[in-house]
Design a protein around this ligand. Structure first.
Ligand code: ADP
Ligand code: MN
Ligand code: MN
Ligand code: MN
Length: 360
């Protein structure tokens, strides 16, 4: 080694060492959902593995993520889904984990993926599909305001920004493009993106995907979005109503179908009715993200949080039946109520349970 170092010279030796290191190891970025209240966040840390080794069970300090006390702090990470790490490239991977107590069998109380798993076990034979429209806002860290808002005052009112083009209307497109490429490279089921109604606001869609799968893909897509935010020095916010006043909030419209709904309109109607049954809207809203009353005002393409309705093409309804679906007399429904800050595992579990039971 010493001889090699002398013969090659310091720089070449270190470069060679680096190459050898990369050949014999890869990195797994372990991801999990924390216990932050009122809105859970994604966390991650890196494990370096020898080539050929699988990413196994791991753990972390739950007292730093609002998931444990200091005197009993360990939370267990069990890998449940993995995909290529599109940022690091090569053989490196992202590993989505579920959190467990140290008995390794009891899901941690904040483990919402376990709810989605249970719902899928019950009603998976109906083949539920989800398409989630994740809206978000890019915040300029310098001003603390959405990208495109001047430091003092306001931009021109809403109107030209949705699906707009041009430097005065669009802010952050380079970051959006980078995020889309990363999602595709990771193999996520991203199905589209668009600029939204408020300046600095954007959307991407994940789906169609299954009850558990859609949550895995959406959480990883969020993670990649935050990473792109680091690269572009922009803070990504999924807050439901980042700007009070006459500015659109940010939602996570939830498009949903089962096999029966994709085959006939009776099942579409039955699904809508089940979502409006006594007690059901309240139960769903409780899982649709914090600040739901601030966003579901009855204005800005929403139905009020305390009213339930469904209708064809109606963007002021709780549930919209797309025009094409009423034409075809089959397809899917759009629950417009979930907030951008909702947990996709919770939303998918609720939807699968409610409609699944009605159509069983
Ligand atoms: P909007 O017109 O409300 O903006 P989008 O085009 O943004 O709708 O999103 C629609 C989502 O619905 C997409 O992710 C799409 O993949 C998904 N989708 C399409 N067909 C179905 C279906 N049968 N079941 C569930 N989701 C579906
Ligand atoms: Mn959309
Ligand atoms: Mn939208
Ligand atoms: Mn929509």
């Amino acid at each position: 080694m010493k001889l090699m170092r002398e013969r090659l010279g310091e720089n070449l030796f270190l470069a060679l060492l680096k190459i050898m290191e990369n050949i014999v190891t890869y990195r797994a970025e372990y991801l999990w959902i924390d216990g932050t209240e009122p809105t859970a966040e994604i966390r991650s840390k890196t494990k370096i593995l020898a080539d050929g080794d699988e990413p196994g069970i791991w753990g972390y300090d739950g007292s730093s993520t609002n998931q444990a006390t200091g005197d009993n702090s360990d939370v267990v990470l069990k890998p449940v889904f993995q995909c290529p790490d599109p940022i690091r490239g090569g053989d490196n991977i992202l590993v989505m984990c579920e959190t467990f107590l140290t008995d390794q069998e009891t899901p941690h109380p904040t483990n919402t993926r376990a709810l989605a798993r249970a719902a899928e076990e019950k009603y998976g034979d109906q083949d539920p599909w989800f398409g989630l429209e994740q809206e978000y806002t890019m915040i300029d860290p310098g001003t603390g305001w959405p990208a495109g808002f001047p430091p003092n005052g306001f931009p021109a009112p809403q109107g030209p920004y949705y699906c707009g083009v041009g430097a005065l209307k669009i802010h952050g497109r380079a970051a959006v493009e980078r995020h889309t490429t990363l999602c595709i490279d990771a193999g996520l089921k991203i199905s589209g993106t668009n600029a939204e109604v408020m300046p600095g606001q954007w959307e991407f869609q994940i789906g169609p995907a299954g009850t558990v799968e859609v949550g895995d893909h959406l959480w990883i897509a969020r993670y990649l979005l935050y990473r792109v935010g680091e690269e572009h020095n922009v803070e990504i916010s999924i807050e439901a109503k980042p700007m009070k006043g006459d500015w659109n909030g940010a939602g996570m419209h939830t498009n949903f179908s089962t096999q029966a709904m994709r085959e006939g309109f009776d099942a579409i109607t039955a699904a809508c009715e089940s979502l409006g049954a006594p007690g059901v809207p309240e139960k769903h809203l409780a899982g649709y993200g914090v600040g739901i009353e601030d966003r579901l005002t009855g204005e800005h393409e929403t139905q009020r949080y305390d009213q339930f309705s469904y209708g064809v093409s109606d963007r002021g309804a709780s549930i919209r039946i797309p025009w094409q679906v009423s034409q075809d007399q089959k397809g899917y429904i759009e629950d417009r109520r979930p907030n951008a800050n909702a947990d996709p595992y919770v939303v998918a579990a609720l939807m699968t349970e409610t409609v699944g039971a009605a159509l069983a």
